[in-house]
Write a protein that binds this ligand. Sequence first.
Ligand code: DGL
Length: 271
Amino acid sequence: MADERAIGIFDSGLGGLTVAKEIIRRLPQENIVYFGDTGRVPYGTKSRDTIRKYACQDERFLLEQNVKLIVAACGTVSSVAADTGEGLPVDFVEVVSHSVSAAVKATKNGKIGVLGTAATVRSGAHKKQILQQLPSATVVENAATLFVSLVEEGWYTADDPVVLETVRRYVEPMQAAGVDTLILGCTHFPVLSEAIARVMGKDVTLINMGAATAEVIAKMLEEKDMLNTASSQKHRFFVSDKADSFCKTASVLLGEKIDENLVETVHVDAL
Ligand code: DGL
């Protein structure tokens, strides 16, 4: 039986559209409801308590949209507030554990790098989970704080010297340690994949958390007989603030043009 309810995806802002992009690519027959908390972004520089409070409100908003599954696309939320998804009336999927499993599967030398926001790296969530699965692993983490600003500024191409130099500085410790696998543990980082790959070299596997998570969601919906088999799809996008640069940034992150008229502004701070 077709479950036509949408997959709910939330993020601190527009970055989670990179995860939405992978879910849409893997499950083109599914409807998506996306909420980006653009009025309160960034989460990555905020305290654990604030991130948890925001995550709970984001989840409540998606529940009100009658979704069948909630995805925390945000690396920061998934690292410090994944337990806010426990006990929800629908399944909850975060992006850290699936990226970790993909990295552990991909590594040959057991040396894994993790790039994320300051809050993500401070939480140590990736390292803890990697070591649970592969106790002999070497894990090198670094907070690539400027990456989010670079992408939002539209500076992400692999031939931009500013981009390449910034990437170089953040991945230096990973290169020094000889990692062969690098988790892009933040929503915006896949946009910099080409530049990161150019600096790291072709022998290093980059883990895209959206792609890893989309695979798990596909399996989960299939096993639970919750796939949407209806033929017409309708995605809905909500944000908590619509800045002038909204369309440009959103289109870069989603990889396709978003019609601004289809994006609704909502307030979730009272939920
Ligand atoms: N979405 C956030 C993440 O993946 C990045 C932006 C922010 O700091 O809120 O960690």
